[in-house]
Design a protein around this ligand. Sequence first.
Ligand code: NAP
Length: 351
Amino acid sequence: MTVARDDLADVVVPEHPVPTAGPREAVLAIDRIGLTANNITYAVLGDSFRYWDHFPTPEPGRGIPPVWGFADVVESRAEGVTVGDRVYGYYPAGSHTVVQPARADARGFRDGAAHRRTLPSPYAVHSLTGGDPAYEVEREDLLVLFRPLFYTSFMLADFLVDHELFGAQRVLLSSASSKTAYGTAYELHAQGVEVVGLTSARHVGFVRGLGCYDEVLGYDEVGELDPSRTAVLVDVAGRPGLSQDLRTQLGAALVHEVGVGVTHQVASVAGTLAETGPRMFFAPDQMQKRSADWGRERLDATFAESWRRFAVEAQGWVDVMGGTGPDAVRDAWLAVLAGRLDPRTGYVLTP
Ligand SMILES: NC(=O)c1ccc[n+]([C@@H]2O[C@H](COP(=O)([O-])OP(=O)(O)OC[C@H]3O[C@@H](n4cnc5c(N)ncnc54)[C@H](OP(=O)(O)O)[C@@H]3O)[C@@H](O)[C@H]2O)c1
């Protein structure tokens, strides 16, 4: 599936024959992918954060949206990669992809394709289901939907606690109904941090029902926030005007702001965030820090432990919506793009 870079609702589903593997290559059949607001952010930031560069298309002005999910190796001419292997990774929204496996071991491999070498390395990792401490076959759908988001939540909560909440008494999370926000709230809440969720009026009931926020307010209710208590804003979906409203309401009590995503497709917001890079939270950066502090094994084990705790709760917070084929992927893309989904809905699709 390709989209116009300047009009994400302009979707084309080109027909291609199933690719074959060249020397040292493998073909993956993409089996199950998730589609959430996060995928829209990848497209909004496609140029500035180079998300279009992972899966380039020769069509000028268009891009292939990246997605996360499970894939099966269906042909391999690469050492250490076997037909039938099942991997989790970052894929183009389509039915197949060709990779050039490198550093294959019991945990999986990396795509060593030349064009990916200058892109952040976590996106090139293909994790074998058998080598992943967080993998459970009966929770594949939840992993498809939540894994990249909960990894961000886990890292974001760790980043905030690591920075002692930038001296604030509480954390304000916008787009509180999003999976990334409530995963973060869950992690912070478990560590005793006070968390306030801000959301659309129509999602207040859903967010309150989750039980991982100490307080939940609609975007139109931020005037009720107590300006005598300090706060750090974690702006999860880049809602235009929200940060200004909070600055007005809280003044100096708003001690710090962290940008996380830009689902709201506003070029100026995306541009500002791209220009002010350090303000924008980028999970791979904190992951790199913790890999250095703790070592990769401890990081993976700590994540797996948090994931298992969270998954037990989260399975009751989402209704998985399935679908098969390119039309199902296109329809889901358009629904997420339009922001008209019930926050309980989570798309898990076979492209
Ligand atoms: N920086 C990183 O490393 C990183 C990693 C993962 C995710 N993120 C970001 O976190 C955000 C949430 O992602 P998610 O996948 O967790 O979302 P999700 O579960 O699909 O979120 C659904 C919620 O997001 C808001 N929303 C959804 N579609 C929207 C649209 N088209 N326009 C405006 N708002 C929309 C609404 O929340 P409310 O009604 O509550 O506002 C909606 O209930 C995204 O912006 C994503 O890019 C960033």
